[in-house]
Ligand binder design. Structure first.
Ligand SMILES: Nc1ncnc2c1ncn2[C@@H]1O[C@H](COP(=O)(O)OP(=O)(O)O)[C@@H](O)[C@H]1O
Ligand SMILES: [Mg+2]
Length: 253
């Protein structure tokens, strides 16, 4: 914990400092609304940081056959979707490992836009018994990555209990048996009750922190919440701290 707080303190100090020069020369950040652009021409430092994140996940979960990892944050807009989608792409391109990306961000589903798939059938339809698993898994990124979009979740409060259901437990079990990595995008933990439900059923949780922006007290509250969930907390990614990258991952100490 203390390392994490040190990191947060350092990040707070960085706030307000003049931007380093290299920032001006970096490519503009891709936006989720820019379709698959975030997945092409990935910045080299960004790519390396994601490989570090992969290593941190792997070493935290050495003993597991599959790695079901939830990505969340304290509040919205901290970069969960950007990080989880980019990591999924890196994993799927790397070697023969199979990766499934699941959009459980029912309050702001974005992965279908990012990967250019439809969103009429997704996890919501599957968990409510209206679609089979095969119906909701889309092959994306030239066939190397599988994605389950969120589906129709206009009324997120009405569908959120689905994540407490047996159907969700079975879905994760089935996904874990078929894939090496199952990466789950979610809504912010302090704003969405279903995120804690999801977090209590995964193997690990990564908290994405927009380090130069989110208030420390808010991050602490989110961290405490995540740490209560069956000890599955892997660490914190400081996103957009200095570069357009998740600079490093702070592991639990
Ligand atoms: N590391 C990053 N580099 C560049 N842009 C980023 C990065 N992380 C997030 N963004 C941008 O910030 C915005 C919010 O990110 P997003 O991933 O949608 O957040 P969340 O899923 O947590 O709500 C998006 O426009 C996204 O492109
Ligand atoms: Mg998102």
């Amino acid at each position: 914990m203390s390392k994490i707080y040190d990191a947060l303190r350092r990040a707070e100090k960085d706030r307000g400092r003049p931007r380093p020069k290299e920032r001006e020369t970096q490519p503009r950040p891709a936006r989720v609304s820019e379709g698959t652009r975030v997945l092409t021409g990935m910045d080299e430092r960004f790519r390396r940081s994601l490989l570090n994140l992969k290593n941190a996940i792997d070493s935290e979960m050495k003993a597991k056959d599959s790695r079901v990892v939830l990505f969340t944050s304290a509040v919205r807009g901290e970069g969960k979707t950007t990080i989880v989608a980019s990591l999924a792409r890196i994993l799927s391109l790397g070697d023969s490992q199979k990766t499934l990306l699941v959009d459980c961000a029912i309050r702001d589903p974005q992965l279908h836009r990012l990967f250019g798939t439809g969103n009429t059938k997704g996890i919501v339809e599957h968990l409510s018994g209206r679609a089979s698993l095969a119906d909701v898994v889309r092959s994306v990124d030239e066939g190397v990555l599988d994605l389950v979009p969120a589906g129709s979740c206009e009324d997120a409060d009405a569908v959120q209990p689905l994540f407490a259901s047996d159907a969700f437990r079975l879905f994760l079990k089935e996904a874990a048996s078929r894939y090496d990595y199952v990466l789950v995008d979610s809504s912010a933990v302090l704003e969405s009750p279903e995120t804690a439900l999801i977090g209590s059923r995964v193997d690990g949780i990564v908290l994405v922190v927009h380090a130069a922006k989110t208030r420390r007290e808010v991050i602490k509250r989110a961290m405490l919440m995540v740490q209560k969930l069956d000890g599955a907390f892997i660490g914190t990614v400081l996103n957009k701290k200095k570069y357009y990258i998740p600079e490093r991952i702070y592991r639990r100490v």
